[in-house]
Every structure is written in structure tokens, then in C-alpha cells.
Ligand binder design. Structure first.
Ligand SMILES: [Zn+2]
Ligand SMILES: [Zn+2]
Length: 243
């Protein structure tokens, strides 16, 4: 293989890997901050760490925390019943697996769903900056463009968007509500150890629906919850506390 082609070949894999890392970082902030912290209130983070996670999510996903919390609380209130915004039992597995983002956006515009997060008070940074969803995404893209150039930015951002918005989240709301094993037969949803690895623990979804307020999503010794490992490290560093 000519040297130039070899370099380009390796660079593409590097950019794909960077996109994968971005998606994993966004998944980590989603599960520990948006999900376990803001929604279920099982963890409190140091304001500096909270700001960094908000910034990371703003640049990589543009997610509005209040909307995310509302949609997820609505999901718990109606899990796999009428009113669940993204239930494979009601809508079919593949509609949720492939269209989770669109189902989320539709629910996030519904005042009946937003009611679930009526008590969440936005931080100062959210009120001033982070509520500008598209500004965050454009800023994230601009940073990648400046650091890596146009084509690498496209590969990194494209990989991240495909993985985070059309694959990883979808596995939790779609696949884990339709396939897998249960530790708790009376709770909805299923566990999948492989999905747990790539979604920072979220794949242990039957465990989570059994005890939503538990900051750890693992139950058996063989189940790995990377998000919980991160939380334990942050607790050790006094950057987080279990509520
Ligand atoms: Zn669920
Ligand atoms: Zn939850």
C-alpha cells in the first residue's frame, strides 16, 4: 500500500474512533447526569463537574435537560402502557429502534409530557447559554472543524451522530424493551450485557425499571455498569455524592 494511501487509511480509522469516543462520552454524561442525577435524583454532582457535563452534552447533542427529564419521567410513569412516548410494545420494535430520535422530539414538544419536569429548575448556564440547542451543535461542529479540518470533522461528527442519536439510545428504548433477560420478572424491560457495555450501563434496563432510584444499574456480579464505575470514582474524588 503506498505511503500516502496508508496514512489516509489510518487517519480515517482514527477519525472513526474519535467519533466513537465522542458518542461514548455523550452516553456517559447522559446516563450519569441526565438520567441518574437529574431525572431520578440518585446522585448529586459538584457544580463544576455538572457544568462540564452540561457543556459536553450541549456541544455533542444539543439536548435540553428539562425536555430529556420530562420525556424520561413520562416513560417511567407509563412504561410500556398507553402514554409511553417510545414503547416497542405499542409501536413495534423497529419503529422505536430506528425512529427513537423522532419519537423523542415529538414527545419533547408535548405540554402533557413537559409537565413531568415542571419542578426542575434550570441552572444559570442553562438559562443563559445551554437552552440554545442548535448553537451548541454548531459550536461543537465548529470546534471539530477548526481542530481537524473539514473532512475529518464530517467523519467524526457523522460517526458520533449515527452512533449516539440513531443507535445507542435506540438500543435502550427499543431493543431493551423487547429482547433480553430479566432479573426481575415483574418489572418491564430486559437486560443485555453487551448493550450495557456500549451504553455505559443503560443496557441493564430491567434492573433499572425494577429500582429506578438506584444509582447503580447492576445486580449480578457478571453485569458491568461503566457509568456506576465513573460515579464511584467521582464520589472518591468528592465530585459527586449519592443522594
Ligand atoms: Zn425503559
Ligand atoms: Zn430511568
Amino acid at each position: 500500500m503506498p505511503l500516502r494511501r496508508c496514512i489516509v487509511h489510518h487517519a480515517v480509522w482514527t477519525y472513526l474512533f474519535l467519533g466513537f469516543l465522542l458518542a461514548e462520552a455523550a452516553s456517559l454524561f447522559t446516563t450519569v447526569y441526565l438520567h441518574r442525577g437529574s431525572t431520578h435524583r440518585s446522585i448529586t454532582f459538584h457544580p463544576a463537574l455538572e457544568f462540564l457535563m452540561q457543556l459536553g452534552l450541549w456541544l455533542t447533542t444539543g439536548i435540553n435537560r428539562k425536555e430529556w427529564v420530562a420525556v424520561h419521567l413520562c416513560h417511567h410513569a407509563h412504561a410500556d402502557q398507553e402514554g409511553d412516548p417510545h414503547s416497542p410494545r405499542l409501536l413495534g420494535l423497529w419503529r422505536v429502534q430506528l425512529g427513537n430520535l423522532f419519537l423523542y422530539r415529538r414527545a419533547a414538544r408535548d405540554p402533557r409530557v413537559l409537565w413531568y419536569a415542571r419542578n426542575l429548575v434550570p441552572t444559570l448556564a442553562e438559562r443563559k447559554v445551554f437552552h440554545h440547542t442548535f448553537l451548541g451543535l454548531f459550536a461543537g461542529i465548529a470546534v471539530l472543524w477548526m481542530v481537524f479540518g473539514f473532512w475529518p470533522m464530517l467523519i467524526i461528527a457523522g460517526t458520533h451522530v449515527l452512533l449516539y442519536m440513531f443507535f445507542l439510545n435506540n438500543l435502550v428504548n427499543g431493543w431493551c424493551h423487547a429482547r433480553g433477560y430479566k432479573n426481575f420478572p415483574l418489572a418491564v424491560a430486559f437486560n443485555n450485557r453487551f448493550i450495557a457495555w456500549i451504553t455505559m450501563g443503560e443496557g441493564l434496563h430491567n434492573n433499572h425499571h425494577h429500582r429506578p432510584g438506584n444509582p447503580s444499574l447492576r445486580y449480578r456480579w457478571s453485569e458491568v455498569d461503566p457509568g456506576w464505575i465513573f460515579v464511584k470514582i467521582m464520589c472518591f474524588c468528592r465530585l459527586a455524592a449519592l443522594s
